[in-house]
Design a protein around this ligand. Structure first.
Ligand code: C2O
Ligand code: CU
Ligand code: CU
Length: 472
C-alpha cells in the first residue's frame, strides 16, 4: 500500500515533532503504527479548482480538498480509529490541522512545530482516534490566509456512540470570500484592517453557496451544525420564522463541540472565527414554512441560508431528544492550579521573518509582547511550559479594542470568569475575547507536546498573534 518513500515520509511525522517525543510514541501506539498498514479512510487532495460561487460566474483559483465543490464533510465515530492521507495537489506547501480535536501532537498539522512541510506532490498520513464527539473542522496550517481564504476549510462531524434522536442533521460551513465584481479573488487583506478587526470578505456563503435553501421535515427535529470557518467574521446567529418574524423554536445544545450545561433558547449568539454551534430546531408543523438563518451585521441582518418545511407533520418535540453526553475532558483542580497570564496586545515590532508558509510582511500583534506568525522557527521558545497532569488557569488579557477568538490546539479548556460578563461554564477550544476583556479559563495539561495558541482571525495570527505552550 505504501511505497518505501511514502513510508519514510509518514515516519518523518514523528521525527518532525520537535520537543515532543512522547507524542510521537503515543501517535504510533496501536492506532498510528497499524494505521500505516491499512488504506486511508479518506484521501484529501488540496487543489486549485474553478467554481461558480456567484451564479453564472466561475471563480478561478479556488482551493478545495475535492476536485469539485467544497471540501467534503468528514464523519467519524467517537473513540474509533481514523486515517486520512493528505496528498498535496497544490503548487505550494501545506498541512492539515484538525481543529478542536484532542489528538497526539504528531498529527496536529503545524509545520515546524509538529511535522515537516508537505510539499507539492507529497503524501502525509494523519491517523488518530477522536476522543470527543461534536462539530469540528479541518484546515491547513500553512499559508493560511491564502489557502483558507480560497476555500480550504472542511467540516468534521464526530458522532456520539448513541444517536440523540434527530430526524435530520445539516451542517453549514459558514464563510466569506473576497471577490471583486467580476467574481474573481481580490487581495485577501488590507494592512490597515489587519491591524484592527480584520478584513471581511465580500460574499457571504454557506457551503460555498449564497443563501442556499434546504428542505426539512415539517414538525421534525433538526440538528443544525454551524461552523464559522471564515478567516475573520464574528457571526451573530439567530433563526427567524419568516411568517412571524419571531425567533424560531431553537435550542443551543453545543458550543465548540461540547454540550452546553443546559440547552437554552437561541435569540442571538456570537460565534467567532473557528467556533461552532449546534442547534436543535423544532420545525414548524405546516408545510412550506420558511426559517431564515441569519447573522447580524453592522448593516442589519443578513441571511446565511434558509430552511423550508416539506411533507406531513412528524409531530416531534424537544423532550424526545436524548441529552448529549459530555465529552471526557478532565475537570481542572482549581484549588491547586497555577495561573499563567497571556497578554494580547498591539506590537510595534517590524517583521523580518520569511516563511515557506507565506508571510504578510507585518507584525501588528503580540502575545506577551512577542510577535510570531506561527509557522516559522520560533523566536524564543514556548510561552509557557506546563507539567503533564497539572491544572492551569490561563488569564487571557485583551489589551486591544478588537475581538479575538483565541484558540488552543490539542486541549480543551473550561471558561471560568470575565471582567465584562457572566460566562457559562463552557468547555471549548476557542474563546471569543471581547474588546479589552480579561477572561480566565482552566485546563488540565493532559496532552504532551508543543501546542499552538493563537487568534483565529487569520490576519492577526499571521501578523504576530501566535505562540505555543509546551506540555512535558
Ligand atoms: Cu483552527 Cu491553529 O487552528
Ligand atoms: Cu486548532
Ligand atoms: Cu485577533
Amino acid at each position: 500500500m505504501f511505497t518505501r518513500r511514502e513510508f519514510v515520509a509518514a515516519g518523518l511525522a514523528g521525527a518532525g515533532a520537535v520537543g515532543s517525543g512522547i507524542a510521537l510514541a503515543e501517535g504510533l501506539t496501536g492506532q498510528g503504527a497499524r494505521a500505516s498498514d491499512r488504506p486511508a479512510d479518506v484521501v484529501l487532495k488540496p487543489q486549485q479548482i474553478n467554481h461558480p460561487v456567484l451564479s453564472g460566474i466561475t471563480t478561478k483559483g479556488m482551493m478545495s480538498y475535492a476536485p469539485a465543490g467544497p471540501a467534503p464533510v468528514l464523519r467519524m465515530k467517537q473513540g474509533e480509529a481514523f486515517a486520512a492521507d493528505l496528498i498535496n495537489g497544490l503548487d505550494e506547501a501545506t498541512t492539515i490541522h484538525w481543529h478542536g480535536l484532542r489528538i497526539p501532537n504528531a498529527v496536529d498539522g503545524v509545520p515546524f512545530l509538529t511535522q515537516p512541510y508537505v510539499y507539492k506532490g507529497e503524501r502525509f498520513r494523519y491517523a488518530f482516534t477522536p476522543p470527543d464527539a461534536g462539530t469540528f473542522w479541518y484546515h491547513p496550517h500553512c499559508n493560511t490566509l491564502e489557502q483558507m481564504g480560497r476555500g480550504l476549510t472542511g467540516l468534521l462531524i464526530i458522532e456520539e456512540p448513541e444517536d440523540p434522536g434527530f430526524d435530520q442533521d445539516l451542517a453549514l460551513n459558514l464563510r466569506d470570500f473576497r471577490l471583486g465584481d467580476d467574481g474573481q479573488f481580490i487581495r485577501q487583506f488590507k494592512p490597515r484592517l489587519a491591524a484592527r478587526g480584520g478584513t471581511l470578505g465580500t460574499v457571504m456563503t454557506a457551503n460555498w453557496r449564497v443563501e442556499p435553501r434546504y428542505e426539512v421535515s415539517s414538525g421534525g427535529l433538526l440538528r443544525l451544525r454551524l461552523a464559522a470557518t471564515d478567516v475573520t467574521r464574528v457571526y451573530r446567529i439567530s433563526v427567524i420564522e419568516e411568517d412571524t418574524q419571531a425567533a424560531a423554536d431553537v435550542r443551543v445544545i453545543a458550543l465548540d463541540a461540547n454540550p452546553v450545561p443546559v440547552p437554552f433558547p437561541l435569540e442571538v449568539y456570537p460565534i467567532g472565527a473557528g467556533q461552532r454551534m449546534d442547534l436543535a430546531i423544532r420545525l414548524p408543523r405546516e408545510e412550506g414554512k420558511i426559517l431564515r438563518i441569519e447573522t447580524q451585521s453592522g448593516a442589519g441582518p443578513r441571511v446565511l441560508a434558509t430552511l423550508i418545511t416539506r411533507g406531513p407533520d412528524l409531530g416531534r418535540s424537544f423532550a424526545e431528544l436524548k441529552p448529549l453526553p459530555p465529552n471526557p475532558v478532565l475537570e481542572p483542580d482549581l484549588a491547586n492550579a497555577t495561573t499563567l497570564p497571556f497578554t494580547f496586545s498591539w506590537s510595534a515590532e517590524k517583521s523580518g521573518m520569511e516563511s515557506i508558509c507565506g508571510t504578510l510582511g507585518y507584525s501588528f500583534w503580540a502575545i506577551n509582547r512577542v510577535p510570531w506568525p506561527g509557522d516559522v522557527p520560533d523566536p524564543g521558545g514556548p510561552l509557557a511550559e506546563l507539567k503533564q497532569g497539572q491544572s492551569y488557569i490561563f488569564r487571557l488579557i485583551n489589551e486591544t479594542p478588537n475581538s479575538h477568538p483565541i484558540h488552543l490546539h490539542g486541549m480543551s479548556f473550561k471558561l471560568l470568569r470575565s471582567n465584562k460578563r457572566k460566562l457559562m461554564p463552557l468547555v471549548s477550544d476557542t474563546a471569543l475575547l471581547l474588546p479589552n476583556e480579561h477572561m480566565e479559563v482552566a485546563l488540565v495539561a493532559d496532552n504532551p507536546g508543543d501546542w499552538v495558541f493563537h487568534c483565529h482571525v487569520i490576519e492577526h495570527q499571521k501578523s504576530g498573534l501566535t505562540g505555543y505552550v509546551r506540555v512535558v
